[in-house]
Design a protein around this ligand. Structure first.
Ligand code: SF4
Length: 313
């Protein structure tokens, strides 16, 4: 039997008590315990921000990389080893501010990666500045003046960038978030989940209570069907999803906005050009020069051993 505990590390989780990050971490661990990948079959990549520490707390491969650069790192990992389950876990500032160009590029490629956005509208780690998802005119507690810039809508941006699975969830509804994460991971293509989460320290507007009064589930809406089964349904379903993307205020939708099951991924397109790609991707090729290995196996083990947090559980 596989348990959530099997995907926990023994590191101290040092987020502020009450932070939505805890809900996201729990939902990822629960989703993994249901899907049951071996820890070495998963790579979780983060950038910089409070959420950046998430891979430290999950017992899988984890890469805590540079600000805004989790998507290029994850892209390299997935292209070199398409068998890996690759998850990007990052903040709204990281993925939609400095990393926005990479965010768009991942959608265009439809690479089979799951992006989980911690959307709390502030840069928590650096003391509460407005992030790209805070709406203009809002004044969260660390801002001396109301926010002067317009916000990015992560759902609309993902839909128009080409992501083939686009969803939103709430960090404090762990069971629903877990279901959305599992569905996103199983989807073949670029997936994004915009997770609304409270930052109890710096966002005094969008609190748990504020969200609980407004959130409703798309799957409970009569006639809601976001799944594209045939390419000719794309534009109609994209239009439906976009109209829901702009709904904010008294009612805020969560759930799956769009799921296109018909579009090929960039690795499929690569395999059409390079037929041996899936059987012999870069991760299964010898690193050599002029037919001679650059490093032997023992040397590799010696190098990587120094980076391992824990070799055995
Ligand atoms: Fe969470 Fe905000 Fe604290 Fe960061 S600053 S750990 S986002 S509550």
């Amino acid at each position: 039997m596989v348990l959530r505990a099997d995907y926990k590390t023994d590191l101290w989780v040092d987020w502020c008590p009450g932070c939505g990050d805890f809900g996201i971490l729990a939902a990822i661990q629960k989703a993994l315990s249901e899907l049951k990948p071996k820890p070495w079959q998963v790579a979780i990549v983060s950038g910089i921000g409070c959420s950046g520490k998430t891979p430290h707390f999950i017992y899988t491969n984890g890469i805590h990389t540079l600000h805004g650069r989790s998507i290029p790192f994850a892209t390299g990992i997935k292209l070199s080893n398409p068998d890996l389950m690759v998850i990007i876990d990052g903040g709204d500032g990281d993925l939609l501010g400095i990393g926005a160009g990479h965010f768009v590029a991942l959608g265009r490629r439809n690479l089979d990666i799951t992006v989980i956005i911690h959307d709390n509208q502030v840069y928590g780690l650096t003391k509460g500045q407005a992030s790209p998802t805070l709406q203009a005119g809002m004044k969260t507690k660390a801002l001396p003046e109301p926010n002067i810039q317009d916000a990015i809508n992560p759902i609309a941006l993902a839909l128009t960038s080409g992501y083939t699975f686009v969803a939103r969830a709430f960090a404090m509804d762990i069971d629903h978030l877990e279901e959305v994460i599992k569905r996103a991971i199983k989807h073949k293509g670029a997936t994004v989940i915009d997770v609304l989460q409270p930052c109890v320290t710096y966002n005094d507007i969008y609190t748990t209570q504020w969200y609980r009064k407004r959130i409703y589930h798309l799957e409970e809406e009569k006639g809601w069907n976001p799944i594209v089964e045939y390419p000719e349904e794309r534009y109609e379903k994209l239009g439906n999803a976009l109209s829901k993307a702009w709904e904010w205020g008294e009612r805020i939708p969560v759930g799956v906005f769009y799921e296109d099951r018909t579009k090929d991924t960039i690795t499929d397109r690569i395999a059409q050009r390079i037929p041996s790609y899936y059987n012999k991707p870069p991760s299964r090729q010898a690193i050599e020069r002029y037919g001679k290995p650059l490093l032997d196996d023992a040397k590799f083990r010696e190098i990587f051993a120094s980076y391992l947090v824990k070799v055995e559980k």
